[in-house]
Design a protein around this ligand. Structure first.
Ligand SMILES: Nc1ncnc2c1ncn2[C@@H]1O[C@H](COP(=O)(O)OP(=O)(O)O)[C@@H](O)[C@H]1O
Ligand SMILES: [Mg+2]
Length: 238
């Protein structure tokens, strides 16, 4: 459960987020849509504590993260899988090492258990025989899959993905979005993605939120959005 209320954020004189109010239910997939520069990534970065609100409240599992100190984040971050838009993997580590990294960092599991978990999650994202490869040896789609595997290996309850289809062709985009849906359901994660990929977002998300210039102009199910009487929203959804 995530509750965002009255969230404001500015950078120097630019107001980037204005009075964002949004609730995300446990186990739900929410897609945050909007044009480039609308504030999608800035909003997502607040959810992992990379940015702090100027004003407003963000609660994750009833805890107000805007009040968090660094030590509070250390324990919450274990529960959050994050798929960065780019530079998603460590170039100097193999796929195996990349995916195993959160387990080595945050758990005391044995090497055998870690190996088994990595193997299982790589299977879930449909990656085989690439454990010993380095990210530079993979295609863009495979890198996204490996990054997704790493994001969910802790079985963490939250999965946040910033533009998961950026840089991918339409077929790979569809695949990675389907994978996000399958993984969210399998691990029962509360999932937030940002995207400008309308078609796939509508296909996989339970709820959608549209941001324009830092303001939330529409939110609801795909069905509900069709009935929103706003020129921008109607134009955007065309
Ligand atoms: N760390 C930052 N410092 C200053 N400005 C930023 C920062 N991050 C984002 N911005 C600005 O905030 C606006 C929204 O950015 P962003 O959330 O990345 O948009 P998008 O919806 O494309 O993800 C943009 O104008 C961007 O230049
Ligand atoms: Mg962005």
């Amino acid at each position: 459960m995530i509750n965002i209320s009255g969230l404001y954020k500015s950078f120097s004189h630019q107001e980037v987020l204005k009075d964002i109010n949004l609730d995300i239910a446990q186990g739900e997939i929410l897609a945050i849509l909007g044009e480039s520069g609308a504030g999608k990534s800035v909003l997502l970065q607040h959810l992992i504590g990379l940015l702090k609100p100027d004003k407003g409240m963000i609660k994750i599992q009833e805890k107000d993260i805007s009040l968090f100190k660094e030590k509070d984040w250390l324990s919450l971050r274990k529960k959050i899988g994050y798929l960065f838009q780019d530079g998603a993997l460590y170039d100097f580590m193999t796929v195996f090492e990349n995916v195993a990294f959160p387990l080595k960092e945050h758990t005391k599991l044995s090497d055998e258990v870690i190996s088994a978990k990595v193997e299982e999650v790589l299977k879930t994202v449909d990656l085989q025989n690439v454990e010993e490869k380095y990210p530079s040896e993979l295609s863009g789609g495979m890198r996204k899959r490996a990054a997704l595997a790493r994001a969910v290996i802790l079985d963490s309850g939250f999965l946040f993905c910033d533009e998961p289809t950026s840089g991918l062709d339409p077929i790979r985009s569809r695949e990675i979005m389907d994978l996000i849906k399958n993984i969210s359901r399998k691990f029962n994660t509360t999932t937030v993605i940002t995207s400008h990929d309308m078609k796939n977002s509508f296909r996989i998300a339970d709820k959608l939120a549209i941001i324009r210039d830092g303001e939330l102009v529409a939110k609801g199910t795909a069905q509900e959005l069709k009935f929103i009487n706003d020129v921008f929203v109607k134009e955007f959804l065309k």
